[in-house]
Ligand binder design. Structure first.
Ligand code: ADP
Ligand code: MG
Length: 482
């Protein structure tokens, strides 16, 4: 296989479950994990004599999304019926949006090793989820749980603009972070609140027309997304190079065997017989409503990142990390608010350095960090005002992380104050110089490296508490002057 001769084309369709209390067209609860078939009401089941009513909170979340990606929010959009028969679809149709979706266009910025890229969105539309077929615990039969029927989804569709699995994963991660950032979806992938369909095709380098694509359904982890795409790229290239043709079809990824398998081909593709739902009038969204939603939006990752670089002077790298997730951003904001007067760069270094290393070591999420922003702020205030040295600050952080406690109290009880008293430092240094006459001679003879030896000894003698700047200045004076 000569992958270098081929270009990969990927478009993603993502289903994000909107974090509402109730369903998209009924008042039934959407809480996860309830007893099967206890949360589907007459509307969700499409029983005669009931009418769907759109959930304002779901529409509002679609508006939030549209604003966050700079899309056009349609003043009028249409709910349509997508007709098909399946045991987990009690009505015989799914209410979705076809010709006129609520969110049109927009884009998302992604970051890969090659740099940044803008991925354009085609659309995002509102629709209801179906129920769930259960195969475990039913020998020779299937169980149906209709609790999920009618759960609100936003389906977000990209243009076919991604060119590698790395870009597709970067996009999925950025989208995942964004829907959580604007609080429209909890992003829980295990529970299926955020799942991707990947459309993948390949074409010879330089060819203009797209190749035939396959759609891999329901990828509910970033790793599966990457592995499914990688498998599919290889399969398609090998197939064509062996003289075969890709058939347009829907495929499923099997994580146990690390491969995709055909689920249904285009030949037996459904004719969904879409038509506007006669029970639902057009969805009208006024300018006022959009403005109201806009006024309640949090600062978005994109503008926050710019602010961090332009106003706080952070490096792009740090700004990227601090805006990669809502949690990181919140932590940093809380830290800054509490660490009055401490340089933003120092705060960023600590969040992206010590703190994130400790979190990774412990296998924790930022939300469960053992040192909270207020505690870290107190430590950084003492580092910035010279009460403790950088080395001691790291030790203090370790103590706070493993044993708890507050910076000021620990500094006092453990005697961690930096020695900035010239007299005390001078005493220590004079003693060292007297103890190591040979090294003093070497230094005076031009062996600069010996300076480091004395610094190390002095730090050891003061348990790392010597003020480094002062130590350097004094040591230099004493070594040269003596
Ligand atoms: P459908 O409605 O049948 O799923 P769409 O045209 O709406 O088809 O496209 C669905 C997704 O497939 C979009 O994300 C789009 O970018 C992507 N896509 C379309 N053509 C290709 C292709 N040749 N290769 C890869 N992705 C594609
Ligand atoms: Mg599709």
């Amino acid at each position: 296989m000569t992958r270098a001769n081929w270009e990969v084309v990927i478009g993603l369709e993502t289903h994000a479950q909107l974090s509402t209390q109730s369903k998209i067209f009924s008042g039934a609860s959407v809480a996860f994990g309830a007893e099967p078939n206890t949360q589907a009401c007459a509307v969700d089941l499409g029983l005669p004599g009931v009418l769907p009513v759109p959930n304002r909170a779901a529409v509002e979340r679609a508006i939030r999304f549209g604003l966050a990606v700079g899309a056009h929010i349609a003043p009028v959009s249409i709910f349509a019926r997508k007709n098909y028969f399946y045991p987990d679809l009690p009505k015989g149709y799914q209410i979705s949006q076809m010709e006129i979706p609520v969110v049109q266009g927009g884009s998302l910025r992604i970051q890969t090793k090659a740099g940044e890229k803008i991925v354009n969105l085609t659309r995002a539309h509102l629709e209801e989820d179906a129920g769930k077929s259960l195969h475990e615990d039913f020998q020779g039969q299937s169980g149906i749980d209709l609790n999920r029927a009618g759960t609100p989804l936003l389906e977000i569709v990209t243009e076919p603009e991604m060119r590698s699995s790395e870009e597709a994963v970067a996009y999925a991660r950025a989208l995942h972070a964004l829907v959580r950032w604007i609080e429209i979806c909890d992003g829980n992938m295990q529970e299926g609140s955020f799942r991707c369909d990947a459309n993948v095709s390949v074409r010879p380098l330089g060819q203009k027309e797209f190749g035939t694509r396959c759609e891999i359904k329901n990828l509910n982890s970033f790793r599966f997304l990457e592995r499914a795409i990688e498998f599919e790229i290889k399969r398609q290239i090998e197939l064509i190079e062996d003289g075969g043709q890709v058939v347009q079809e829907t495929r499923l990824f099997d994580p146990d065997r690390d491969e995709t398998r055909s689920m249904r081909s285009k030949e037996d593709a459904h004719d969904y017989r879409y038509f506007p739902d006669p029970d639902l009038p057009p969805l009208c969204i006024s300018e006022e409503w959009i403005a109201e939603v806009a006024s309640g939006m949090p600062e978005l990752p994109k503008s926050r990142r710019q602010r961090y670089v332009n106003e706080l002077g952070l490096r792009e790298y740090d700004a990227d990390l601090l805006t990669a997730t809502r949690e990181a951003g919140e932590y940093f904001e809380a830290l800054r608010a509490a660490a009055n007067g401490v340089d933003a760069k120092l705060c960023a270094n600590w969040v992206n350095g010590e703190l994130s290393a400790a979190i990774n070591r412990a296998g924790l999420e930022l939300a469960d960090a053992k040192v909270n922003p207020t505690q870290l702020a107190a430590l950084l205030v003492r580092l910035a005002d010279g009460t403790i040295s950088g080395k001691i600050a790291k030790e203090l952080f370790e103590i706070m992380w493993s044993e708890g406690g507050e910076a000021d109290a620990l500094i006092e009880s453990r005697g961690l104050r930096q020695i900035s008293d010239t007299g005390a430092l001078e005493g220590v240094l004079k003693e060292l110089i007297a103890k190591h006459p040979d090294q003093v001679e070497e230094y005076r003879g031009g062996k600069d490296k010996v300076f480091g030896f004395f610094v190390g000894q002095a730090m050891k003698a003061t348990q790392g508490k010597a003020n480094p700047a002062q130590l350097n200045a004094l040591l230099k004076a004493l070594l040269l002057g003596g």
